[in-house]
Design a protein around this ligand. Structure first.
Ligand SMILES: *Cc1c(COP(=O)(O)O)cnc(C)c1O
Length: 407
């Protein structure tokens, strides 16, 4: 992190601080005005006191701000705070989660390389891996993320990148990160984990052997549905050898305004995630076995097929609950739509990780683009509804759902 002219004043040395303190104070660099709150530096460029200093900066002899496509003080504060939370060597912010995903792959791939990924992916990640990369001569293979034998078979050949998302969207499948990391490394691959559904509070992929962690900060890190943003966490060597040049010259930079919203979001992240999780667990328990509900998928329920793995790998069960309604004579889609239309509190939205509870019908929205057979292979039926559980009073959420299910 580049310090300001007065040397900056980041609080004490970071390693002694505990997680919640890092979330509130990590990366804070005050300007000469000694402001309490993080300052927003809305500037694209920076001035040099002399041509000698400009020359030294461009030669790489002097670390200082040069241009906000490369770095910006507000963006640096967000990066440093998230880096401390994740325990990574380097954090690089991006304009959106998808620019983080794309850059983490594209900065290291070339024609002739091979990528193996779990099949249950966020829609745009699926597009990049299954449709875009093959256009550039990159071979991609999708596997059932929960099947270690399938990973073993797919990684029997040399592979450049392995990309996984756990828990997955919307079926909340859990992938064994330590086991996949071992297989990926044996195949010579770099393991990239999309950790959005777990949030940086509930799961630390680097501890299980991941090489790169990517986030959509749009989701829980903002947490209040305001801005887009993303981040890539990795080693200093990965940054130097792959990422830095790619990002500087292609320009998916995070705006300082969005970085300011996100750095303030981090201050309350663990408090919010704790409440999201307790509300989600309470709702999952409330809905499981209820007439009209065929199935409830939540990693914190004993009925989840990877409940034990989720307990080992995550420090909480997540903020998303997926249900399948009884389809009855009218069919799954009509029944799911009837429930969605009957909600009076929970909003219909394709977004997630907001303080407001949101409901999505994946088959007709986020996963509409997939052929029906592929949706079926992922277990996404027409009766499935994904709930992103917010921070409202749990009793109001239960009332809303109980009423809507009975309509
Ligand atoms: C939202 C999301 C993304 C994309 O992030 P954007 O900020 O919308 O670009 C990627 N992966 C997962 C799992 C997501 O939920």
């Amino acid at each position: 992190m580049i310090q300001n002219k007065t040397g900056g004043n980041a609080p004490r040395s970071a390693p002694e601080l505990r997680q919640q303190t890092k979330l509130v104070r990590g990366g804070l660099t005050r300007s000469g005005f000694e402001e309490t709150s993080e300052a927003m530096f809305l500037t694209s460029g920076y001035v040099y006191p002399s041509p000698e200093e400009a020359e030294a900066a461009f030669k790489g002899d002097l670390a200082r701000y040069q241009y906000s496509r490369y770095a910006n003080p507000t963006v640096s504060m967000f990066e440093e705070r998230l880096r401390l939370l994740e325990g990574a060597e380097v954090c690089q912010a991006t304009a959106s989660g998808m620019s983080a995903v794309f850059a983490s792959l594209m900065c290291q791939l070339k024609a002739g390389d091979r990528v193996v990924a779990s099949r249950a992916l966020f829609g745009s990640c699926h597009y990049i891996i299954a449709e875009l990369l093959p256009r550039y001569g990159i071979e991609t293979t999708l596997v059932d993320g929960t099947d270690l034998a399938a990973w073993k078979a797919a990684l029997a050949k040399p592979t450049r990148c392995v990309f996984v998302e756990t828990p997955s969207n919307p079926m909340l499948e859990i992938i064994d990160l330590a086991a996949v990391a071992e297989l990926a490394h044996a195949a010579g691959a770099c393991l990239i984990v999309d950790n959005v559904f777990a949030t940086p509070v509930l799961q630390r992929p680097l501890r299980f052997g991941a090489d790169v962690v990517v986030y959509s900060a749009t989701k829980h890190i903002d947490g209040q549905g305001r801005t887009l943003g993303g981040a890539i966490l990795c080693s200093a060597a990965f940054m130097k050898n792959h990422l830095q040049g790619f990002l500087r010259h292609t320009g998916p930079s995070l705006s300082p305004f969005n970085a300011w919203v996100l750095v303030k979001g981090l201050e309350t992240l663990s408090l919010r995630v704790e409440r999201h999780c307790s509300n989600a667990l309470a709702l999952a328990q409330f809905l499981e076995g209820r007439p009209g509900v065929r199935r409830v998928v939540y990693p914190g329920l004993d009925s989840h097929p990877q409940a034990d793995l989720a307990r080992r790998q995550m420090q909480g069960s997540g903020t998303i609950v997926t249900i399948e309604v009884e389809s009855g004579v009218e069919g799954g889609k009509a029944r799911a739509f009837r429930l969605l239309n009957a909600l009076s509190l929970i909003d219909i939205s394709n977004n997630l990780g907001d303080s407001k509870s949101l409901a999505t019908h994946p088959a007709t929205t986020t996963h509409q683009r997939l052929p029906a057979e592929e949706r079926a292979a992922l277990g996404i039926t027409d009766g499935m509804i994904r709930f992103s559980i917010g921070l409202e009073d749990i009793e109001d959420l239960k009332d809303d759902l109980a009423r809507a299910i009975e309509v």
